[in-house]
Write a protein that binds this ligand. Structure first.
Ligand code: ATP
Ligand code: MG
Ligand code: FE
Length: 338
């Protein structure tokens, strides 16, 4: 079965084709980052308008690339939430309209389910059950993933998400939006151990996180210092060391308490090489295998939505009814409610 996936939850327009036999056939992506950069963050109205401009040309490009057409598609998966309501509505309405016109089902997909399953696009892929560290711009969660659709929340951030903390600290360091990867790049020039920032909730005996205090501590440190180039790099490194220490420690605790032997790291912060290094290092002498998505599938993309739709279809014994033109989006939506 061939599934077209459409992702428009935030500032990336992504479309992809996933075949249940052959895997990912192709994907195309348009990032709006350059458009939002001047505002220091995503402007929702601009995001919706740009998705409207991009979705159909991207789908046409995808069909050309993969030498397929809409007639070959068995179902259309689209991101139903969580995300920006207007942005979600764009992908949902185009997905449902195309599905309605072609008399095929439209499959509403949870954006975080897409992130969680994204390591299944790689080879070797994890097998169920596994633990997942979901670290993105809006979420920081540890989950137990028993099967498609069976997600148990083990712990999550009580305030800022890890990506948000990266971006806010990057902004304090004068870096462009979104600054996570720029901060990581700057940190490679930092001198180890010049500064030490707090590791919030490291010993909290649960699997929750808190990052707003870390960002405040970084802000205080930045205000106290003469911020020359070396000092900026040193603060970036101190921040990256603190946040990755907490993410690694809690992930290891989650593996110990659940007894799970595979860890999947998903979401944009999963692209962070220091986090990847530290996790590999911590788990090297254990039975645990760590899986990371390909870098291009860490941040938002259509491939993970097409994949989630295809896996959902495979799980059902019969094809769901064709789209009837009615649909909703969910700006807020807990993954554990699936
Ligand atoms: P959500 O999925 O929770 O709705 P989102 O889709 O905006 O949020 P993603 O696209 O998964 O989040 O990830 C974007 C985040 O990842 C940004 O905060 C970005 O700064 C961060 N990020 C990307 N690359 C890196 C990196 N190398 N190091 C640290 N953070 C990074
Ligand atoms: Mg994004
Ligand atoms: Fe995302």
């Amino acid at each position: 079965m061939l599934v077209l996936g459409i992702e428009t939850s935030c500032d990336e327009t992504g479309v992809a084709l996933y075949d249940t036999q052959q895997g990912l056939l192709g994907h195309t992506l348009h990032s709006q980052i350059n458009m939002h950069r001047d505002y220091g963050g995503v402007v929702p109205e601009l995001a919706s308008r740009d998705h409207i401009r991009q979705v159909l040309p991207l789908i046409a490009q995808l069909f050309e690339q993969t030498k397929t057409s809409l007639h070959a598609i068995d179902a259309i998966a689209y991101t139903q939430g969580p995300g920006l309501a207007g942005a979600l509505l764009t992908g949902a309405s185009i997905g449902n309209a195309l599905a309605f016109a072609h008399n095929i089902p439209a499959l509403p997909i949870h954006h975080l389910e897409g992130h969680l399953l994204s390591p299944l696009l790689s080879d070797p892929a994890p097998t169920f059950p596994f633990a997942a560290l979901l670290v993105s711009g809006g979420h920081t969660q540890l989950m137990r993933v028993t099967d498609i659709g069976q997600y148990e929340l083990l712990g999550e951030t009580v305030d800022d998400a890890a990506g948000e903390a990266f971006d806010k600290t990057a902004k304090l360091l004068g870096l462009d939006y979104p600054g996570g990867s720029l901060l990581a790049e700057l940190a490679t020039q930092g001198q180890p151990k010049r500064f030490k920032l707090p590791r919030p909730m490291l010993h909290s005996h649960d699997l929750n996180f808190s990052f707003s205090g870390l960002k405040t501590a970084a802000a205080l440190l930045i205000n106290k210092q003469e911020m020359d180039a070396q000092t900026r790099a040193d603060v970036a490194l101190a921040f990256e060391e603190a946040i990755t220490d907490v993410l690694v420690k809690k992930s290891v605790t989650a593996l110990k308490t659940t007894g799970l032997q595979q860890l999947v790291v998903a979401g944009g912060v999963g692209a962070n090489s220091r986090l990847r290094q530290k996790l590999q290092h911590q788990l090297v002498d254990t039975a645990v295998t760590v899986f990371f998505p390909e870098l291009e599938f860490c941040t938002d993309n259509g491939a993970m939505i097409a994949l989630a739709g295809a896996l959902r279809l495979q799980q059902l014994n019969t094809l769901p009814p064709p789209a009837n033109g009615s649909f909703t989006v969910k700006a807020r939506w807990n993954l554990a409610d699936l």
